[in-house]
Design a protein. Sequence first.
Length: 350
Amino acid sequence: MVEFDSAFIQAIEHRPKPRCIEAQNIPLIDLSPLNSAADPDSVSALAAEIGRACRDWGFFQVINHGVPPECREKVESASRKFFALPKSEKMKVSRDAANPFGYYDGEHTKNVRDWKEVFDFAVENPIVFPVWNERGDLELRKLVNKWPQFFPKLRFVEACEEHAAEMEKLVVKLLELVALSLGLPKDRFNVFFKDQTSRVRLNHYPACPAPHLALGLGRHKDTGVLTILAQDDVPGLEVKRKTDGEWILVNPTPRAYIINVGDILQVWSNDEYESVEHRVIVNEEKERFSIPYFFYPAHYTLVEPLIEMISEDNPAKFKGYNWGEFRATRNRGNFGKLDADNIQISHFRI
């Protein structure tokens, strides 16, 4: 269980809490046309539906996605068992400045801790990724996942790796549809993922004695391409609605996955699709679990608007940036709990 001191309680009393619209649902999209010999018109209609959701909301849900229910059940069970371990056991696999993978007992934003604990692991293990060293230089390192040893290792690792493999299958389908929705060849994005740096996070939001004063996770945008979220039946995710800026509490849909546009897709599409702010609220009586899959390209990827998305009437809106350096800088800022705002794609806006 996460433990917070009186200083934290005092800090969150001053955290602003914008009002939220009661639970509603973001667009719900049926992917069943992809699970059979669908005709081209059905696929085009599906791509257009996803395009509208990306443009209007930056979020949508998918059903009939082809992910086996037992796969999700196994990783959800593994997550609950891990977070039920004694704090001393979880700390044995805690993340550090040299390796962003492992356990952490709450994110920080300007020294205010969010009401959560997490466990991160890389989809590719080991993974080669840039890290800022003690001398202040960026260097490539081979990083490995820190798997817990307290309960049978194999079942936990298998559940996590099987889930990651299914998420990769799903995200490939989704990215092809996104490409088609932008008028691009369906395999347009494939070149960026030969050496993907994707990760998975297990989230645990404990019941909170003062939910009106705390957030499970503060407002933010995701830095990657697409995020696929599995959440339990306890509402908590809030999305900032583009039309009016109101916070919308998303109702859980059984067996659905929630998809959102990340910063990289916003840049690639040259602002055609936007990465939207979201946050997580906490519950006074119930704990909540969720599992996001963050789809990231190779560390050496230069992220910039695709040439097909640029024209004389629609010039590039972002300068290019190196993904590995960008993410390493975010990791350093997250671990260091810096007072300064972390690096954002807005820093590269032209």
